[in-house]
Design a protein around this ligand. Structure first.
Ligand SMILES: Cc1ncc(COP(=O)(O)O)c(C=O)c1O
Length: 318
């Protein structure tokens, strides 16, 4: 198979060669913007929206990445095209990582010339989706963590940035919970915000509720799901709710670029509704699969098989 290539400041290099300086603002401050777009049938899904979110974040952080959105789009599509022969037909993540570049006080290391760091990589989705495959059937246990969301007046989560220590703390806590699960964060009043890499929805009496866009990342999948629900004539509302509403919901689900829609069947180990993926959630997964022309559950199952095969082959080669 051909080698994957990374877009790195205007050049295409191998993944091993794509190295960010230890003096980069990304490493020094987590001062950067990133985004993950995915492909379905190897075509990017809502790339423009992801790029618009990147550029909104860059504007907020006053980072000039030196490329227009159109130039970034062209570089993205070229990176994808270069990598498709190297992923054996798989769908991929398209990851943008963009920082202000090295800190000015270290400029002598760079011959006095500083520039932003712009990278784009394509990574096959095998591993991401393999781990999620069984969860489409069992649903996720959401764990409300002691680690809360950082409020937007401190770090605005609408900027998809790498200052993610609080999400990581929430991950660690949720892994240690009994039973373990995916962390669901709350704000300083105990209202639900989002997961550490996903948005959250509940269903009550046929209505779908999701937290308003105040203290969350405005997920592209969240937006697409709200549109899809409107097409299915299912009423939705962006409103505040807490643990009480989640425990007493009929269904719940999570959304993110990688897995699209994932049933959430328990909260802190307590069943939500029947404790099984709900009817509306299953309908939504089917509608999503129809929209993107990929059966997302079958794809996750196929990728789980592929990962098993790769692990067996690696073990045999040792
Ligand atoms: C904190 C957070 N919330 C929500 C999401 C979901 O956003 P999207 O649907 O655009 O992937 C992500 C995605 O990584 C995230 O990091």
């Amino acid at each position: 198979m051909q080698e994957r290539k990374v877009y790195f400041n205007g050049e295409y290099v191998s993944e091993q060669e794509a190295r960010v300086s230890i003096f980069d603002c990304a490493l020094m401050f987590g001062d950067m913007v990133f985004d993950m777009t995915r492909t379905y049938r190897q075509k990017p899904f809502r790339l423009r929206e992801h790029l618009e979110r990147i550029y909104a974040g860059l504007k907020y952080l006053e980072i000039n990445c030196g490329m227009s959105l159109e130039e970034m789009e062209r570089a993205t599509l070229q990176t994808l095209e270069l990598n498709l022969p190297a992923v054996d037909g798989a769908d991929v993540q398209i990851m943008h990582n963009i920082s202000r570049g090295p800190l000015p006080m270290y400029k002598t290391v760079f011959g006095g010339a500083l520039r932003p760091t712009v990278t784009i990589n394509c990574w096959p989705f095998w591993w991401h989706l393999a781990g999620n495959a069984p969860l489409y059937r069992s649903g996720v246990n959401a764990v409300i963590t002691a680690q809360r969301s950082v409020p937007a007046y401190l770090i605005d989560p609408k900027v998809k940035n790498r200052s993610r220590m609080f999400y990581q703390m929430a991950n660690l806590l949720a892994q240690k919970a009994n039973p373990p699960g995916w962390p669901l964060l709350t704000d300083d009043q105990g209202l639900i915000t989002e997961g550490s890499g996903w948005n959250f929805f509940i269903v009550r009496k046929g209505r779908v509720l999701t937290p308003p866009g105040r203290n969350i990342l405005l997920g592209i999948t969240r937006g697409a799901v709200l549109e899809l629900l409107a097409k299915l004539a299912i009423p939705t509302s962006e409103e505040d709710f807490g643990m009480y509403e989640v425990v007493n919901a009929d269904e719940a689900f999570c959304t993110a670029t990688s897995f699209a829609v994932m049933p959430c069947t328990r909260i802190n180990g307590q069943p939500i509704g029947s404790g099984q993926p709900g009817e509306l959630t299953r309908k939504l997964i089917a509608a999503w699969s129809e929209m993107v022309k990929v059966d997302i559950i079958a794809q996750a199952d196929a990728y789980a098989e592929k990962v098993k095969e790769m692990e067996l082959a690696a073990a045999a080669a040792r």
